[in-house]
Design a protein around this ligand. Structure first.
Ligand code: TXA
Ligand code: MG
Length: 331
C-alpha cells in the first residue's frame, strides 16, 4: 500500500482519505493514533489489519464537538458533563453505554464505548472540520511501544493510506481510561489525568486492578514490551547507588536525583519531573535497544503522575522487581 505523508496544512486531504474509508495516522497530545471513520466497516477492519490487533480489543472513539457524546452514548451521568468541562479537550477517555448504531467492531461487542476529545491542535482541527467520529488505537503494531514521535509512525508506512505528521506528542503516555458505566466508577488505565484530580468529582472512584477480560479487555494483552529487559529496583538510596555502580551498561530511567548516574549510563530523569519522564518513556523503550543491556527503574511512589508511569513500567518489566534489601529477585 502506498502511504501519503501529510503536514498539518494538508489536513483537508487527510480528511478526504478518512471519508473515503481509508486509515490515517494522526497526532494527539498522548500518542499518535491510527484513525478510521466509525461508519466505515472497511476502515475499522483496516485498523485491526494494520496493527495486527486482536478483534476482541475495543477502540476509543475520538470527537471534536461536545454534542457528539450524546450521539454515541446514553445514560450519561450528570457528573460526566462536569468532567468534560474540567478535562476536555485532554488526555481523559470516558466509557458510557453505547447507542445501537455504534458498530460492534468498535466496542468488540461490549455494551460500552470509550470516548475522548483530544487537545492536540492538529487532532482538534481534523476532528472539528471533518465532524467525523474517529476510532483510533495507538498507531503501533500490536504489542510494541506506542508511537510518540514522527520517526515512530514513519515505520507504519505501507500499512496505512495516510500519515499526518506533526512532531512529538506533549504528554507521551496514553489517556486515562475512566469507566463511568459501572458503580462505583473505575479507572481502567491510569494516565495524565490522575486519580487525585478525578476523586473530588467521584467520591467512590476505584482503580481497577483485576484481570477480568470483559471489564478491561486491554489488560489481557502483552503491552509496551521492549526488547531490552526492564526491571524495577526496590531498596534504600544507598542500595540503589551501589547497584548503579555495579551495572555500567544499564540504563537508569527515572528516580531520586540522589541516584544521578555516571555518564556511562544512558538516560536519567529526576522523579520531580514526571511529565518529562512521560514524554520520553516510549522513545526510551525504542531507542535503548542495542545500547543498554538492561533498563532499571527504582520503584516510584504510586501517587499523582507516578501511578501511570508505574503502570507502564510494571507492564514493561512484566512484574519483575529486584529487592535490593534482600538481594534476591522476586518473580
Ligand atoms: O491516549 C489514548 O487513549 C490513545 C490516543 C490515540 O487517543 N489511544 C489509545 O488506544 O491508547 P488503544 O486502543 O491503544 O488503548 C485503548 C485501551 C485498550 O486497552 C482497550 O482495551 C481499552 O482502552 N478500551 C477501549 N474501549 C473500551 C471499553 N468500552 N471498555 C473497556 N476498555 C476499553
Ligand atoms: Mg495501545
Amino acid at each position: 500500500m502506498k502511504t501519503i505523508l501529510f503536514t498539518p496544512d494538508q489536513i483537508d486531504q487527510a480528511i478526504e482519505l478518512l471519508k473515503a474509508g481509508e486509515n490515517v495516522i494522526f497526532p494527539t497530545e498522548t500518542v499518535y493514533g491510527l484513525g478510521a471513520d466509525i461508519t466505515s466497516e472497511r476502515a475499522l477492519q483496516g485498523i485491526f489489519t494494520a496493527k495486527g490487533r486482536p478483534q476482541d480489543n475495543p477502540l476509543i472513539v475520538h470527537i471534536g464537538h461536545f454534542s457528539q457524546v450524546q450521539d454515541l452514548a446514553f445514560d450519561i451521568p450528570p457528573v460526566a458533563f462536569r468532567l468534560m468541562e474540567a478535562f476536555w479537550p485532554g488526555p481523559l477517555t470516558m466509557a458510557f453505554k453505547k447507542k445501537a448504531w455504534v458498530s460492534d467492531t468498535v466496542t468488540a461487542g461490549l455494551p460500552t464505548v470509550g470516548i475522548r476529545m483530544p487537545s492536540h491542535p492538529t487532532a482538534r482541527t481534523l476532528l472539528q472540520k471533518s465532524g467525523l467520529f474517529i476510532a483510533a488505537p495507538s498507531a503501533n503494531p500490536s504489542g510494541s511501544p506506542s508511537p510518540t514521535r514522527e520517526e515512530h509512525v514513519l515505520e507504519m508506512q505501507g500499512r496505512v493510506a495516510g500519515i499526518l505528521l506533526d512532531g512529538a506528542c506533549e504528554v507521551g503516555l496514553e489517556s486515562t481510561f475512566l469507566d463511568l458505566s459501572t458503580t462505583p466508577p473505575r479507572i481502567l488505565r491510569p494516565g495524565a489525568v490522575t486519580y487525585e484530580q478525578l476523586k473530588p468529582y467521584l467520591p467512590d472512584l476505584e482503580i481497577y486492578e483485576g484481570n477480568d477480560h470483559t471489564a478491561s479487555p486491554g489488560r489481557r494483552y502483552k503491552h509496551y514490551a521492549p526488547n531490552t529487559p526492564v526491571s524495577m529496583l526496590k531498596g534504600e538510596i544507598r542500595d540503589i547507588r551501589d547497584f548503579i555502580d555495579q551495572h555500567p551498561k544499564a540504563c537508569f530511567f527515572v528516580g531520586d536525583s540522589l541516584y544521578q548516574p555516571k555518564e556511562n549510563l544512558i538516560r536519567f530523569i529526576p522523579q520531580d519531573d514526571l511529565m518529562e519522564a512521560f514524554r520520553q518513556y516510549y522513545h526510551l523503550l525504542r531507542s535503548v535497544d542495542g545500547h543498554a543491556e538492561h533498563i532499571y527503574v527504582p520503584v516510584l511512589s504510586e501517587q499523582g503522575l507516578g501511578r501511570a508511569l508505574m503502570d507502564r513500567l510494571m507492564r514493561s518489566a512484566q512484574g519483575r522487581i529486584i529487592d535490593l534489601t534482600k538481594e534476591k529477585e522476586t518473580p
